[in-house]
Design a protein around this ligand. Structure first.
Ligand SMILES: *Cc1c(COP(=O)(O)O)cnc(C)c1O
Length: 391
C-alpha cells in the first residue's frame, strides 16, 4: 500500500550510516569497540548519572537489575499487569514469581492499590516484606513508565522505603522524560529508583536495532552489571570466572547506531510533541474519542499516543475502529494483552485488577513515528472524523 502509515518505525536521517560504516571499516563489530564506551558515556551524560551499562536488550538489562536487587529463587516481585511482558519475564528467569497490580487512569501502576496490598496482604519481618498468602518474601517492584509517562516516583520511593522494597524503573519507553517540578525536578525517568533500564528496540524512541542500557544508584552494583553482562570474566587473559555470567553486552555495531540516534533524541521528542498536540486538537473535538494526557508535572518524551474510545458516543468499538483504520492503511494496535492472563502467569496472584481491563478494552495506539509529517497526522484525524460522521 503506497500511503500506508505504520504505527511506529525507526528514523535514520542522521549519521547512522556513517557511524555504522566506520564500525565495519575498522572491523570492530562485536562486544568491544569505541562506540560502546561512547554510547554509554553519552547516555550517562544525557541522564546526568555517573555510569551506564550497554546491554543486548532492555530485557537483558531488566534481568540484571532484578538479579542485582537481590531477587532470588522463590522470591516475589510486584509488577504491573498492563505492560509489555518483557517487564515480567525476567522475574521468572530468576526463579521468582510476579505479583500483578492494576493500573490507574494514567495507565501506570496503581499506587493506591499497591500500598493497600503491602499494608493489608503482607507483613514486614526481619527478612523483609512477606506475602501472607504465599509466605514468600517480596524483594522488589518493577515500575514501568508506560508510553513515556512517568509514574509518581515520590510516592513509589516512599512506599519502597516503608516496605523495604527495591525499585527497578522500567524506563524502556521513557528515555528523555523528566520531572519539571517537585522533589525530583530535573530528574529523568529511570534515574530515581535503585535501577533504571532503557530499551533501544526498533519501535522505541531511539533504536540500535536491539539494545538496552542499565543505570543505578549504586556504582558498585552498576559495575557488577557490566561484569555479569560480559560473562563474568575475573581474568581477561586466563579466562577465570568466579560467577555465572551472561552474554548480554551490546555490540559496537549496535552502539554506532545508538550514538547517531542519541544525537537526534531531542529533535525526535520535539516532533513527537508537535504531532501529539496536532492529533489532540483534531481528535478532542470528536465526541467519543480522547487522546490520553501525559502528566502535567513532567516533560514527557511523547513516545506512544493512546486513543481512548467511548463506543456509545463514537459509534465504533476498539476492534471495529482498528479494522476500519487498517482498511484505510493506518496501522494501530490495542494495548498489550494483560500479563496476569497470559498462559505462564495465570496461576500467579493478581490484586484487584479492574482498570487495566477497562483501558485494554478501550484504547488503541495510533501512528507516532518521528517520520510522520503534519499531512499524515491530519490524514489519520480526518479518517477518524469521516468514520464517525459516516455512521
Ligand atoms: C520494549 C520494552 C521492554 C523490553 O525491551 P527490549 O529491548 O525489547 O528487550 C521491556 N519493558 C517494556 C515496558 C517495553 O516496552
Amino acid at each position: 500500500m503506497s500511503n500506508f502509515i505504520p504505527l511506529s518505525i525507526p528514523n535514520f536521517k542522521g549519521k547512522e550510516l556513517e557511524y555504522v560504516t566506520k564500525a565495519v571499516e575498522t572491523e570492530w563489530v562485536s562486544t568491544g569497540g569505541a562506540y560502546i564506551d561512547q554510547f554509554e558515556e553519552q547516555i550517562a551524560q544525557y541522564l546526568n548519572v555517573g555510569q551506564a551499562v550497554a546491554c543486548q536488550s532492555g530485557t537483558a538489562g531488566l534481568h540484571l537489575a532484578l538479579k542485582l536487587s537481590g531477587v532470588e529463587y522463590a522470591d516475589e516481585v510486584i509488577v504491573p499487569t498492563l505492560t509489555f511482558i518483557a517487564a515480567v519475564n525476567p522475574v521468572r528467569y530468576l526463579g521468582a514469581e510476579p505479583v500483578f497490580m492494576d493500573c490507574d487512569d494514567t495507565l501506570n501502576i496503581d499506587l493506591d492499590k499497591l500500598e493497600e496490598f503491602c499494608n493489608n496482604e503482607c507483613h514486614l519481618t526481619e527478612k523483609g516484606l512477606v506475602n501472607k498468602k504465599t509466605n514468600k518474601v517480596i524483594k522488589a517492584m518493577a515500575i514501568v513508565h508506560v508510553f513515556g509517562n512517568i509514574a509518581n516516583m515520590e510516592r513509589v520511593m516512599n512506599i519502597a522505603q516503608k516496605y523495604k522494597l527495591k525499585v527497578i524503573e522500567d524506563a524502556t519507553e521513557a528515555l528523555g522524560s523528566y520531572y519539571l517540578e517537585g522533589k525530583y525536578e530535573g530528574k529523568y525517568a529511570g534515574t530515581i529508583g535503585d535501577f533504571g533500564v532503557y530499551s533501544f528496540n526498533g519501535n522505541k524512541i531511539i533504536t540500535t536495532g536491539g539494545g538496552g542500557m542499565l543505570v543505578g544508584q549504586n556504582n558498585d552494583l552498576v559495575s557488577k552489571a557490566k561484569y555479569l553482562s560480559t560473562q563474568a570474566k575475573d581474568d581477561t587473559l586466563y579466562y577465570i570466572h568466579d560467577e555465572v555470567g551472561y552474554n548480554y553486552r551490546m555490540t559496537n555495531l549496535q552502539a554506532a547506531l545508538g550514538v547517531a540516534q542519541l544525537e537526534q533524541l531531542e529533535k525526535f521528542i520535539e516532533t513527537k510533541k508537535r504531532n501529539y498536540h496536532l492529533y489532540k486538537t483534531e481528535i478532542d473535538e470528536l465526541k467519543g474519542l480522547e487522546l490520553l494526557n501525559f502528566n502535567k508535572n513532567i516533560r514527557p518524551n511523547y513516545w506512544f499516543y493512546s486513543l481512548a474510545i467511548n463506543k456509545e458516543q463514537y459509534g465504533l468499538d476498539r476492534d471495529q475502529l482498528l479494522r476500519k483504520l487498517n482498511e484505510s492503511g493506518i496501522q494501530t494496535r490495542p494495548i498489550w494483552g494483560l500479563n496476569h492472563e497470559q498462559k505462564p502467569y495465570v496461576n500467579n496472584e493478581a490484586y484487584k485488577i479492574e482498570k487495566a481491563k477497562y483501558y485494554l478494552d478501550r484504547v488503541l495506539n495510533i501512528p507516532c513515528s518521528t517520520n510522520l509529517e503534519e499531512k499524515d497526522v491530519l490524514r489519520v484525524a480526518n479518517i477518524l472524523k469521516a468514520l464517525k460522521y459516516s455512521l
